[in-house]
Design a protein around this ligand. Structure first.
Ligand code: TYD
Ligand code: MG
Length: 456
C-alpha cells in the first residue's frame, strides 16, 4: 500500500496554512511567500501520537477543584532572575522558546543553567551549531561543573528523539531549532516547514515524556523570530534575550507564559565569566554623574511584577534638515511623535524645527506608557537647557488632550524610588499616595502644563 503524500501550502512569513497555492498571503498580505511543503511522515507521527493520547485519556477526567495544585513541581532554574521570568521555575513537560539575536548570549545562558542543574536532574544539551569541543571549551573557561551534563551534536530530529527516548533527560536544550531537520520534510533546515515540523515533533516528544524542552531560536533583523509564528502556538513559554552589543546588560523578557506573568523582566550582565544575574537592576541603571545634565530624568516603569527605575535622556538640537529627525532608542518612535504633538498643542512648546533624540540608558526596552511624562520632561529640559533635580523620579501616561492619566501600581513605584534615595516625585493625580511616604515629596499633576511648571 502506498501512502498518499500530503502537501500543504504555508506562508514563509506568518506561517498561515492554505490548501492551494496563492500569490499573496491573505493573512499577512505578503507577496510570493506561500510555498509548498510536503508532510510525508508527519501524518504517521500524528497518528502514532494520537494512539498514545488515547491510552492516557481514560482516567484523566476530573473536576477542576479536585486537581491538586501541589502536584506540579517546579524545577528551580538556578538563578532567581531566571525563575522570576519563568514564573517560578521550570515546569516538567513544558516547552520554552528562547529567542535572541546572534551573540545575545543564549547558548551561554543555557549552558550555565544546564551545567548547574545537571547535578540534580539528568540533562541533555543538543548542539547543532557548535561542536561539542567548542561547548566544552566554553564550559571549562566559565569554570562550570561539567561532569554530569550529557552533550550531543545532532541536527536530525528523528535521531535526537531516539537518543532522548533511551536517555530520558529531565531537561533538554536544543540549540537551535533553525538547524534541526526531519528527514521526511524535503525543504532546507531553517525553512518554515522544517522549523514547524521539527518543533512540533520535539514538543510532542516533550509532552509525552514529561521533559522540560528548551528550544533556541534566532531572530531576524526586525526582531521577530526567524521562521514562523507557528512556533509560538506550540510552545508554553516564549522568552526573548535582548541587549545591544555596546552594553553588557542583557534583559530577558517573557512574551508568552502559560505558567506566569508576561512581560516579566530579568536583568543579566555579560561578563568575562559568562552571564551574571543582576539582583538589583534599578541600582545599575541609575549610575549617574554627580552633576545631572539637562535632558536627563529618572522614570519608574513597571516590568511584569516589579518597578524598575531607569534614566531617560533626551537631546533636542537645531535641525538642518527639512524633515527634522525623531530618533528613539528603547522607546516607541510613534509614541515620541505623538507626545511632541501633544507638547505643542497643549504645552505650547514647539520643537518642529528641532532634531529630537531620546535614549533609555542601559539598553532597556520600555513598553510601558508610564514613560510618557518622563519623555515630555526630558525633551523640554534639553530644549531649554535646564536640568531637573537629581533626586526627582516621574511616571505617568499622557493623553492626547494633554491630561496626565494614572498608571497601575503607583504606591509600589514610589516606595521603590524612596528606597533608592529619591526625594521628589511628579505623579498623576490619581496615583498620589493617601498616606505620605516618608522622605518623599510627591507632586500630583493633572495636565502637562502643571508637570512642566514644577521645575522647568
Ligand atoms: P553566545 O552565548 O554564543 O550567543 P548566542 O548563542 O546567543 O548566539 O554568546 C556569545 C557572545 O557572548 C560573544 O559575543 C562573546 C560573549 N561572551 C562574553 O562576553 N563572555 C563570556 O564569558 C562568554 C561565554 C561569551
Ligand atoms: Mg549560540
Amino acid at each position: 500500500m502506498t501512502t498518499k503524500q500530503k502537501t500543504a501550502y504555508v506562508c514563509n512569513d506568518c506561517g498561515a496554512d492554505y490548501r492551494k497555492w496563492q500569490g499573496q498571503c491573505s493573512e499577512c498580505q505578503a507577496w510570493n511567500t506561500v510555498s509548498e511543503i510536503r508532510l510525508g511522515a508527519s501524518g504517521r507521527q500524528v497518528n502514532r501520537a494520537r494512539s498514545g493520547f488515547a491510552a492516557a485519556a481514560d482516567n484523566t477526567v476530573k473536576l477542576l477543584s479536585d486537581i491538586d495544585l501541589d502536584e506540579i513541581p517546579r524545577i528551580s532554574a538556578g538563578a532567581s532572575e531566571l525563575d522570576l521570568v519563568l514564573g517560578g521555575g521550570l515546569v516538567p513537560g513544558s516547552c520554552i522558546l528562547l529567542g535572541g539575536e546572534p551573540g545575545a548570549g543564549k547558548s551561554t545562558l543555557l549552558l550555565q543553567m544546564l551545567c548547574q542543574l545537571a547535578t540534580h536532574h539528568p540533562a541533555l544539551y543538543v548542539t547543532g551549531e557548535e561542536s561539542p569541543q567548542q561547548v566544552a571549551m566554553r564550559a571549562a573557561r566559565l569554570e562550570l561543573p561539567t561532569d554530569h551534563l550529557q552533550i550531543m551534536a545532532e541536527t536530525s530530529v528523528e535521531a535526537l528523539c531516539a537518543v532522548a527516548e533511551r536517555k530520558r533527560p529531565t531537561l533538554m536544550v536544543v540549540d537551535s531549532i533553525q538547524v534541526m531537520h526531519l528527514e521526511d520534510v524535503s525543504s532546507a533546515p531553517g525553512s518554515v516547514s522544517q522549523v514547524r515540523e521539527s518543533a512540533s515533533m520535539l514538543v510532542r516528544f516533550a509532552k509525552q515524556t514529561n521533559t522540560v524542552l528548551i528550544l533556541v531560536g534566532h531572530v531576524t533583523k526586525d526582531g521577530s523570530l526567524a521562521g514562523p509564528k507557528v512556533l509560538e502556538h506550540m510552545i508554553d513559554c516564549s522568552l526573548m534575550l535582548e541587549g545591544s552589543n555596546d552594553s553588557h546588560f542583557r534583559t530577558l523578557r517573557s512574551q508568552k507564559n502559560r505558567f506566569g506573568a508576561v512581560n516579566e523582566l530579568g536583568v543579566f550582565a555579560m561578563t568575562d565569566r559568562g552571564l551574571k544575574e543582576v539582583a538589583n537592576p534599578s541600582a545599575i541603571f541609575l549610575q549617574r554623574d554627580s552633576e545631572v545634565s539637562s535632558g536627563s530624568v529618572v522614570m519608574s516603569v513597571w516590568e511584569g511584577t516589579r518597578p524598575l527605575l531607569v534614566e531617560l535622556q533626551a537631546l533636542v538640537d537645531d535641525s538642518h534638515l527639512g524633515n527634522p529627525r525623531r530618533v528613539t532608542v528603547g522607546l516607541d518612535q510613534n509614541r515620541l511623535s505623538m507626545l511632541l504633538a501633544v507638547l505643542h498643542r497643549h504645552g505650547g512648546i514647539m520643537v518642529g524645527d528641532q532634531d529630537v533624540f531620546v535614549n533609555v540608558v542601559g539598553g532597556v526596552k520600555v513598553l510601558d506608557t508610564s514613560a510618557d511624562i518622563a519623555l515630555i520632561l526630558s525633551v523640554v529640559s534639553s530644549f531649554r537647557d535646564q536640568s531637573l533635580p537629581d533626586d526627582l523620579v516621574v511616571f505617568g501616561e499622557v493623553g492626547l488632550s494633554g491630561e496626565i492619566r494614572p498608571v497601575p501600581n503607583g504606591q509600589e513605584r514610589l516606595r521603590e524610588a524612596a528606597k533608592h534615595g529619591f526625594k521628589r516625585a511628579i505623579v498623576p493625580l490619581a496615583n498620589a499616595p493617601k498616606k505620605a511616604i516618608s522622605g518623599m515629596q510627591v507632586t500630583p499633576v493633572r495636565r502637562i502644563t502643571e508637570a512642566l511648571d514644577v521645575f522647568l
